[in-house]
Design a protein around this ligand. Sequence first.
Ligand code: ACM
Length: 218
Amino acid sequence: MKIGYAQFAPVLGDLDENLRAIDRLAPAFTEADLVVLPELASSGYRFASPEEARAAAEPLGESRFVDHLARTARERNVHLVAGLPERDGGDLYNTAVLVGPEGLAGSYRKIHLFSDEPDLFRPGDRPPRVFPVGDVKVGILVCFDWVFPEVWRALALQGADVVCHPSNLVLPDLAQRAVPVHALVNGFYVVTANRVGTERDLTFTGGSVIAGPRGEVL
Ligand code: ACM
């Protein structure tokens, strides 16, 4: 399996522009089997209020973002992992989806919310799990989950081969150093797809990383 990431700067609250940004990146997806995009790639990150987050959130079953990813996955014969704000009834989750040529193939709701995210989102209510992509077992974690070894090990115990880690990191070079260690001690590959750009008071640190099971940065 050839894995990659697409690091870019989603625009806050502008789904149309973010879909266009993904379209501009998509020609390169053809080279890979699995491409990871950042956390909240459909919407940007720094919502000023729960109302602003709710306006950007979509139910997974009726999501323009998921539909667009599925179309891109079909056109490029690739699987994609990317984050979006998920609306489920009255609740919002910071979710990442796995989408393939056949459509939605898995999802994960971020368990460890960062800073004031709990003002916007409920913490994930399901344990992390792996999803098959061909013969490969793919797990998903989101950004600040990087601090907590238990969720990485939970995926290792399920036989994860690759952990996709959509991120909006703001602390420079901490996750980027921890991720190769998670890969090493659990014996899997990790793709951390961070974003760049500035929203309101936050600047995102880029430096996306793919690490291998010997702790090597690939
Ligand atoms: C983060 O969890 N977005 C830092």
